[in-house]
Design a protein. Structure first.
Length: 107
């Protein structure tokens, strides 16, 4: 299964289907995103920042830019999940829990 950060890096080179989402993405952010939950938590964090930006009357263009970044990450997470669905047999597969242990044991 392809790692989330490599999937997102690879997708930076592809054409974005939604042209309004044109935001520079920090490579440091991508390097630290290892799971779908990391990507979604990062998106929620961006939206939390946007909420504060609204409270402080930031310029509309800057707010839109941050919202576009959050949408970009969410759409990439959705696309990755579509291409890598969870195993339907994970509840009965004897190797699934061992594989999960090995994945989480990585440094």
């Amino acid at each position: 299964m392809e790692e989330v950060s490599s999937f997102i890096k690879k997708s930076l080179k592809t054409i974005v289907l939604i042209p309004e989402i044109n935001h520079q993405v920090c490579m440091f952010d991508i390097e630290r995103l290892k799971t779908i939950n990391d990507v979604l938590m990062h998106s929620a964090s961006i939206l939390s920042d946007v909420q504060e930006m609204l409270n402080r009357n930031y310029p509309k263009e800057q707010i839109n830019s941050e919202i576009n970044e959050a949408k970009w990450f969410i759409f990439k997470a959705m696309k990755w999940r579509e291409q890598n669905p969870p195993c339907p047999l994970k509840g009965i597969c004897p190797y699934y829990s061992k594989a999960r242990e090995l994945i989480h044991a990585r440094p």
